[in-house]
Design a protein around this ligand. Sequence first.
Ligand code: NAP
Length: 348
Amino acid sequence: MLVTGANGYVASWLVKRLLEAGCDVRATVRDPGDPAKTAHLLAAVRACPGTLTLFRADLLDPRGFRRAMADCALVFHTASPLIVREAVDPVRDLIEPATRGTRHVLEAASRTPSVRRVVLTSSIVAVYGDAADLAEIEEDRFDESHWNRSSGEHHQPYSYSKTLAERLAWKIAGDQDRWDLVVVNPGLVLGPGLSPHTRAEGVLIMRDLGNGYYRFGAPELELAVVDVRDVAEGHLRAGLIPEAGGRHILVSETLGLIEIAEILRARFGGGFPFPRRIVSKPVAYMLAPRRGIPQAVAKRNIGYPLRFDNRRARESLGMEFRPAAESVTSHFRQLLDDGLVLRAAAGA
Ligand code: NAP
């Protein structure tokens, strides 16, 4: 089987699980010779019964994926640029690599006779664009029937890139009938990473909470949390359960920033500058751009409830999600141990 973007936060856990199960894993990374990106994967294979072969592949170039996919029955396509805030050039940095990469990987699957299934890592941001969109649907929560219709190149371009990539994946899958497509749509992924560095949004949020950016108050913002280990499990089940098909929202629970702060204060003590109150909307709108969040995005997300139906993942994939508090505390603990959050005088 093949995993693209194997060194990433999510994929590293998936690769580890596959190696533990004794699988022969072919894995693409941008630079197999860069120990900063591969050392944790090579350490995992030493401790596991499976085997690992690394291949060089860039989303913008189809050749690496064709080579890596030879003889694989199952492909996990996780690689995609993850720049939620401040993409310099959204088309070049997000939309082109996400969509061209999906085309390259899925067209390689169509040209590789052994492939029977592709599991695509999409996102809940392909399901909705802004929390305010919830008021525009009939249901009280988003489910797999919903699609993001409000993002674009200039408004939530990361969400747009994931939406375009998933739509393209369904189109390419529909043009043939040898392999089937199973999609997972994770929420905000939290929990301990195996890879040493990640720009994942979850890390930025936890660092801001721990380092005091919100010490005078946090915006009324809800986040749909899922644990990175559950996301890996969801991929595994999407790949291995024969009847699996369609989209699967992977979300454990929705928590407000203030609720996350309360969980962290209860676990790590009052020595950290976690926020204790919600700031007014005008203040939140004013401060958002300092964190790379445009005011237009802040206005359509702050103060709106965000709800997801995770029934399909529970029923079709048999998922049982860890409580979000466990993901929050284990993630913060790791950032603390790695020195990415400043250690408080007491309580840690
Ligand atoms: P990550 O650690 O940044 O992993 C992203 C992976 O994509 C990395 O391996 C990265 O390689 C690779 N990649 C990016 N641009 C590439 C390119 N041009 N060519 C080849 N590889 C490229 O983030 P992650 O959280 O694990 O994300 C994995 C997947 O989950 C993505 O599809 C993301 O959209 C999705 N997802 C993530 C979250 C979340 O909260 N983290 C939520 C929902 C969905 P480099 O290390 O070389 O850059």
